[in-house]
Write a protein that binds this ligand. Structure first.
Ligand code: C5P
Length: 233
């Protein structure tokens, strides 16, 4: 069985690139992330295609608007069959709570498995120098995580550097999805609050989102397998 804790980010524009990478990674990877770059280029067909390949899908469209609009948007996305959907915690408690309730109601009505709903805390590309808030990033991340949990969401996206603090504050069942993963010696690119795969898991991450360290590797399958070996307990 593939280790579901590794989610590979499909940040491409073309279906052809998606198919090549997914076929190349084969049975090693079961979970994929579809973000705005891919979704805005190829549309919902990519979720369908991944499902025909028996893959799980995290549809990372980071909704952020007033409560009614986000709830409506999520209900439209719910029908695509993704396993995880997300919103920005900065949209506020009422937005998150309305979204979670509406998704619960509408998926029950439609008789489909409710996608997990998680909240983006503070982007992993932001560092303390460009941070605009009054408190430390880690304090704000924990506030957002508790707010998301109180609103009925199943987890958050955060930096692996904040995973331990979130785990401590939100308990063992709360999902913590961590981008900003960089195996030792790899390029940081535009990320800031990073850690290695093993450190992220050790600090309580439930899932690791990895893009360029796999996608841009000379041998993507080997890069994925090295990460899987690193997190194997
Ligand atoms: O290539 P890299 O491993 O940096 O890709 C990280 C992926 O995770 C990207 O698709 C990015 O959009 C996403 N992401 C992130 N930070 C967040 C939320 C999502 O890097 N806070």
């Amino acid at each position: 069985m593939a280790d579901e804790r590794l989610i590979v980010a499909l940040d491409f524009h073309k279906m052809e690139d998606v198919k090549n990478l997914v076929n190349e990674l084969g049975d090693s990877v079961i979970f994929y992330k579809v973000g705005m770059e891919l979704f805005y280029s190829v549309g919902a067909g990519v979720v369908d295609w991944l499902k025909t390949q028996n893959k799980k899908v995290f549809l990372d469209l980071k909704l952020h608007d007033i409560p009614n609009t986000v709830a409506g948007g999520l209900c439209s996305l719910m029908n695509l069959g993704a396993d995880i959907l997300n919103v920005h915690a900065a949209g506020g408690f009422t937005m998150m709570k309305t979204a979670a309730e509406k998704l619960r109601e509408e998926s029950a009505k439609a008789g489909i498995v409710k996608p997990k709903l998680i909240a983006i805390t503070i982007l992993t590309s932001i560092n303390e120098n460009e941070w605009y808030g009054a408190e430390k990033i880690s304090e704000q991340v924990v506030k957002f995580a508790r707010l998301a949990q109180d609103a009925g969401l199943e987890g958050v996206v955060a930096s692996p550097q904040e995973a331990a603090l979130i785990r401590q504050n939100c308990g063992k069942d709360f999902l913590i999805i961590t981008p900003g993963i960089r195996p030792a010696g790899s390029d940081i690119n535009d990320q800031s609050r990073i850690s290695t795969p093993a450190a992220a898991i050790k600090n309580g991450a439930s899932y690791l989102v990895v893009g360029r360290p796999i996608r841009a590797a000379e041998n993507p399958k080997l890069a994925a397998e090295n990460i899987l070996a690193e997190i194997k307990c």
